[in-house]
Design a protein around this ligand. Structure first.
Ligand SMILES: *[C@@H]1O[C@H](CO)[C@@H](O)[C@H](O)[C@H]1NC(C)=O
Ligand SMILES: *[C@@H]1O[C@H](CO)[C@@H](O)[C@H](O)[C@H]1NC(C)=O
Ligand SMILES: *[C@@H]1O[C@H](CO)[C@@H](O)[C@H](O)[C@H]1NC(C)=O
Ligand SMILES: *[C@@H]1O[C@H](CO)[C@@H](O)[C@H](O)[C@H]1NC(C)=O
Ligand SMILES: *[C@@H]1O[C@H](CO)[C@@H](O)[C@H](O)[C@H]1NC(C)=O
Ligand SMILES: CC(=O)N[C@H]1CO[C@H](CO)[C@@H](O)[C@@H]1O
Ligand SMILES: [Zn+2]
Length: 508
């Protein structure tokens, strides 16, 4: 797949410069003025400056301070991010911009557990209720999967339950049904239980959830041994949690000019994980598209351009999934391609293009995705930066577009993966270190940005948008086969979170 011929590259450059000279430039007319120059890759790239990108990123950091260092969807800081984007777009009078607002369940929390004078490493369960309980621990029989496993002595106490056989959520609801005050679940292997979930927001058919935490198998076995030996152990469970429906919005902005039957769409997500401000992930993508959107009014183009700033990506591609599933077949057909630009300024950056033709990972995108991949390969060749393919697995906002058979592509600079020695040579990076050591953490702030890599990538995004805004040659435009049901939206809340963020799913 990395067989870009120099002939093709020259041909591309030739076309671009022919168009550069054939159109009179410098017009200052309205949005439909024929005097504006036709956008070209070269001209749009020249409009991209790191100072403006960094200005947007700093603004996002400032917003995160409104919400204690996060821009998670539904927070004041996320809403401020949306107002900032929409306000700047509206000022250009160049776009039809709408908020697409909808409710989605938000669940976030943490748990601590201490007993016998020491505090235990404890994890929280998604959907687990908040609370503070101090009470003696009572051992639950067997695996706590049946009401009869819970002894009468558990009333008002903390139920100590071993992992296994049935879902976490059933155990915690049965503890509530038995009128326990709280529950501690310990692993059936020595190590810790991380990233567990109660699976559903409530289980009215089983019982009410109680404040709960998860500890390692070794810690649990030691507690069981002491209690079985007749020692009373009083524990404290403290859970801080928010489980609520939040209204949140996508921003969809479409140029007033250009052919709206052939839309070039580009997207990035506007929310961060609850743990941090999300400046590389994916503030960098948000800022890149915003800056390109603010520069486009100087140009004319053949095809309309539409931007999607997606909400709640970190909760499982929620915003982009909502957008795609609420589009009619006819409107889907008008979206010619979708380009995704998220995480484009990783500190130990790679340059990974989605493997749309499947040549590297055997996951092939809808017809046309191969063309998009080649367009970006050519860009990186022209920028004299090595690129590598990355699996086209749907693990970002382009996933719902793939499900709708819309050709897609894009690139990213790497997340939690570790840079190899060979890659370190290509990209002058650090071998054995993550591409983004702050991935999904509080330290994903302004200092986490790799400005040189960002500029290369932002110009690459400009290249993709300008190229297809000029011409969709090479992208099939005949009616697509009816879309499959969008896969991402059929997944459960927890599967979605897994899909987006790599968290572990435990059901038993
Ligand atoms: C962010 O906040 C700091 C401190 O309040 C301020 O100095 C800076 O101008 C703000 N930056 C932006 C881009 O608004
Ligand atoms: C803000 O974050 C800090 C550190 O993560 C935490 O200790 C504090 O409780 C949080 N405050 C609020 C209001 O959420
Ligand atoms: C954020 O915006 C939504 C949608 O407009 C609104 O319902 C919500 O109350 C706002 N949240 C906060 C925390 O301001
Ligand atoms: C509780 O503390 C006592 C005294 O420090 C210790 O001997 C015992 O092993 C502890 N039990 C557990 C389950 O940690
Ligand atoms: C590629 O995937 C297809 C469909 O899943 C499969 O039939 C084929 O064997 C795979 N090819 C390779 C080389 O793995
Ligand atoms: C879920 C997440 O962390 N967000 C996305 C940020 O962008 C990268 C690169 O496109 C995606 O892989 C992530 O899924
Ligand atoms: Zn993320």
């Amino acid at each position: 797949m990395k067989t870009t011929s120099s002939f093709l590259l020259l041909a591309l450059v030739g076309i671009a410069s022919a168009q550069d000279v054939s159109v009179a430039g410098g017009g200052h007319g309205g949005p439909n003025s024929p005097r504006k120059p036709l956008v070209t890759s070269t001209k749009l790239q020249q409009e991209i400056h790191s100072s403006n990108l960094v200005k947007h990123a700093k603004q996002l950091v400032n917003f995160s301070k409104l919400s204690n260092g996060t821009r998670a969807f539904g927070s004041v800081a996320h809403n401020a991010t949306l107002s900032y984007i929409k306000g700047l777009l509206d000022k250009t009078n160049f776009y039809d911009t709408v908020y697409q607002t909808f409710p989605y369940l938000y669940s976030e929390g943490s748990a601590t557990f201490s007993a016998n004078g020491s505090s235990y490493s404890t994890s929280w369960f998604t959907y687990g209720p908040a609370g503070d309980v101090t009470a003696p621990l009572v051992i639950v029989n067997d695996l706590g999967c049946e009401a009869s496993d819970f002894p009468a002595a558990v009333v008002g106490k903390i139920a100590l339950i071993q992992r296994g056989t049935c879902e976490f959520g059933r155990k915690i609801a049965l503890a509530g049904a038995a009128r326990a005050a709280g529950a501690i679940l310990y692993n059936n292997a020595d190590g810790a239980i991380g990233g567990g979930t109660l699976g559903q927001i409530s289980r009215p058919d089983v019982g009410p959830y109680v404040p709960a935490g998860a500890i390692s198998g070794l810690d649990g076995q030691a507690l069981v041994a002491s209690i079985s030996g007749g020692t009373e152990i009083v524990g404290n469970i403290h859970v801080v949690a928010v489980n609520e429906n939040r209204y949140t919005s996508n921003i969809i902005a479409t140029t007033k000019t250009g052919d709206k039957r052939n839309i070039v769409m580009a997207g990035a997500h506007t929310d961060s994980v609850p743990a941090g401000p999300g400046i590389n992930d994916n503030g960098s993508g948000t800022a890149t598209l915003l800056e390109i959107a603010l520069r486009l009014p100087r140009f004319s183009f053949t095809n309309a351009i539409r931007f999607g700033w997606w909400t709640a990506e970190e909760f499982g591609l929620v915003g982009s999934g909502h957008y795609v599933t609420t589009l009619s077949e006819q409107e889907k057909q008008k979206v010619a391609i979708y380009l995704n630009f998220d995480m484009v300024a990783s500190p130990n950056a790679g340059h990974f293009i989605y493997d749309g033709d499947g040549s590297a990972f055997n996951l092939t995108g809808p017809a046309g995705s191969d063309h998009i991949e080649k367009t970006f390969e050519k860009y990186f060749v022209s920028a004299k930066v090595k690129s590598a393919p990355t699996q086209f697995n749907g693990r970002s906002d382009y996933g719902p577009f793939l499900d709708a058979r819309i050709p897609a592509g894009g690139f990213n600079s790497g997340a939690e993966g570790i840079m190899t020695a060979e890659e370190a040579k290509w990209w002058n990076g650090q071998a054995g270190v993550a591409y983004d050591k702050c991935y999904h953490q509080a330290c994903d702030g302004i200092d986490n940005l790799n400005i040189p890599a960002w500029i290369v990538n932002a110009k690459g995004a400009a290249h993709g948008i300008a190229t297809y805004a000029q011409s969709l040659k090479g992208i099939p435009r005949e009616p697509r086969a009816p879309a499959r049901e969008v896969q991402a939206t059929k997944l459960s809340y927890d599967q979605r979170r897994h899909l987006a963020c790599g968290g572990e799913i435990f059901s038993a």
